[in-house]
Design a protein around this ligand. Structure first.
Ligand code: HEC
Ligand code: HEC
Length: 483
């Protein structure tokens, strides 16, 4: 009996704690379990009053324990991902990551008509259409493993016309365009397209041709020009209205993002430009090497399941359930408030049940190792010693994750606080550095402000008065290239 109440009280209290805004950063659960538990609370109110005295002490002990557990929830789940059951979860997460659109066709086709723009006027759409060569030019990738031998032979012989939008439709039918899913009717005509996580967070190894090869999941697609792709729409007005700008301004902003960048927070706060007048857009980050990383995104919005739900619901416009009271702040997030992004409900919910598998898959992807010969081994060894001593990098980029799971102020890392202050945290998260070579394109730091690793090292050298010699800087760079 006591045990029963102990568990009940503990559950209610802990659920309250873990859903309280103060603790939002540490929890994976953004479902409205507080409200559900409020009901439970009312039901058991009498019994609770009887045991409340006894329970108080138990609660405090248990809750502090549980809070630690919940803070480590991601890593404990990650461990259970290793068993035979875990493998199943990882595999289904892989399918979801690659192919699931969460019902976002309603946005990408229903509202933006991107399917019709791809097809072109000659194939029942509008405009010139998007040929495979045009698609590759805006950074879309083709999965060579999805191509049957005759299509491969046709591409090699030139019989398959890569300048014809009809070929793009064939590629979509083969489910070979990474991150873009076409839906076809029985007659084989394109009904709609949707996008998946892989559009931004996978690329290919170019083994067949530039842009055509085997999938590399978790690698950021730094060629993908999301702004240009969205601009294909003939119906930009609703998005412009949402952001309270005219269509020309919206199209200008989309054109300024450039390859490998996307502006997720724009659709919350409406800030298209940084205070220095440059367009505000962040580099697509790696979706690998995140096991053990408690806060995701450059500014630590939340844990991985929080962010996965955020993106699937609010950016891809999939159909799920999302709750984050922090977004219900009209001063900070006017667009989010106007559109009710802090509390989204769709029935059926095509997202929430997929989050554990999605997380399992992302956590299973380790940071890839750079190819042999892409850095100087001896210099990298010397660089490692500098990294952990004189350059004091491991104060934040702590081994083995190369991250400390701690947020830092803009002043600590010596940059402006614009992006940090747009996040509920007001800070920057230490980026895990594994697989840096996969994201050399587009620059470093959240917005790519440092073009090269040497620029990054020079920045730290100045900001932290490290007094590194030219040789030491070079060694440090070789070490970074080796990660
Ligand atoms: C349109 C491109 C795009 C799509 C589609 C997309 N993401 Fe992202 N993703 C980004 C960008 C840009 C960021 C960086 C956000 C920030 O910090 O401002 C990001 C951040 C992340 C992060 C945080 C990585 C880290 O270092 O902490 C994870 C995890 C992630 N995305 C997973 C996903 C998943 C899962 C999906 C599908 C449900 C998805 N993303 C869909 C562009 C995209
Ligand atoms: C005070 C904590 C701190 C210290 C010390 C620190 N870093 Fe960082 N580092 C960060 C944070 C936070 C970011 C994310 C900045 C951003 O995205 O705007 C970052 C980003 C980076 C990046 C960019 C990663 C990417 O994918 O964009 C590199 C490279 C890097 N740091 C290397 C180093 C090196 C080398 C040193 C030592 C000379 C060092 N850091 C010292 C906190 C730190």
């Amino acid at each position: 009996m006591l045990h029963h109440f102990k568990r009940l009280v503990f559950k209610i209290c802990c659920n309250f704690l873990t859903t309280h805004p103060l603790y939002l950063n540490n929890t994976g659960s953004y479902r409205p379990n507080f409200f559900i538990n409020k009901k439970v609370f009312m039901m058991y109110k009498k019994q609770l009053l009887v045991v409340v005295f006894l329970a108080a002490s138990i609660f405090f002990i248990q809750c502090s324990k549980s809070f630690e557990e919940s803070a480590n929830k991601d890593s404990s789940v990650a461990n259970s991902e290793n068993g035979p059951e875990g493998t199943g979860l990882i595999n289904s997460g892989k399918q979801i990551f690659r192919y699931d659109t969460y019902g976002d066709e309603e946005f990408w086709s229903g509202l933006l008509h991107i399917d019709k723009a791809i097809a072109g006027a000659e194939n029942g759409g509008f405009g010139p259409g998007v040929s495979p060569n045009t698609a590759l030019a805006v950074g879309l990738k083709v999965d060579v493993n999805a191509l049957p031998p005759d299509v491969i032979a046709g591409i090699l012989s030139g019989e398959v016309d890569l300048d014809d939008p009809a070929t793009t439709i064939t590629l979509l039918q083969l489910n070979s365009v990474v991150g873009v899913k076409g839906n076809f009717d029985a007659k084989g005509s394109l009904q709609s397209i949707g996008i998946t996580c892989a559009s931004c967070h996978s690329t290919v190894d170019n083994s067949f041709a530039p842009g055509i090869g085997k999938r590399l999941d978790g690698w950021p697609n730094r060629d993908l020009d999301v702004g240009t792709i969205v601009s294909l729409t003939d119906n930009a007005q609703p998005i412009a209205d949402m952001l309270h700008v005219d269509e020309a301004t919206l199209r200008k902003v989309l054109g300024l993002w450039g390859p490998g960048k996307y502006a997720a927070v724009l659709f919350m706060d409406g800030k298209a430009f940084r205070p220095d007048g440059q367009v505000a857009a962040n580099l697509i980050p790696a979706a690998f090497g995140l096991k053990g990383i408690r806060r995701t995104t450059y500014t630590g919005w939340g844990d991985i399941s929080y962010w996965n739900a955020f993106v699937a619901n609010l950016e891809m416009h999939g159909k799920g359930r999302f709750l984050d009271p922090r977004l219900n702040n009209a001063d900070k997030y006017p667009i989010a408030v106007e559109n009710g992004f802090y509390n989204v409900t769709n029935t059926p919910d095509l997202i929430t049940s997929k989050l554990p598998a999605l997380r399992a898959y992302q956590h299973s992807i380790e940071a890839p190792k750079p190819p042999a010969g892409s850095f100087d081994n001896a210099a990298a060894h010397r660089g490692k010693a500098i990294f952990v001593t004189k350059a004091k990098c491991d104060g934040c980029h702590r081994l083995p994750l190369y991250s400390d799971n701690v947020l830092h102020t803009a002043a600590e890392i010596g940059i402006d606080d614009f992006e940090a202050m747009r996040s509920p945290t007001g800070k920057y998260r230490t980026t895990p550095l594994g697989g840096l070579f996969t994201r050399a394109k587009g620059g470093f730091y959240h917005d790519g402000r440092y073009a090269t690793l040497l620029d990054v090292v020079n920045h730290y050298n100045d900001h932290n008065s490290l007094n590194l010699s030219a040789n030491e800087k070079d060694d440090l760079v070789e070490f970074l290239k080796s990660l």
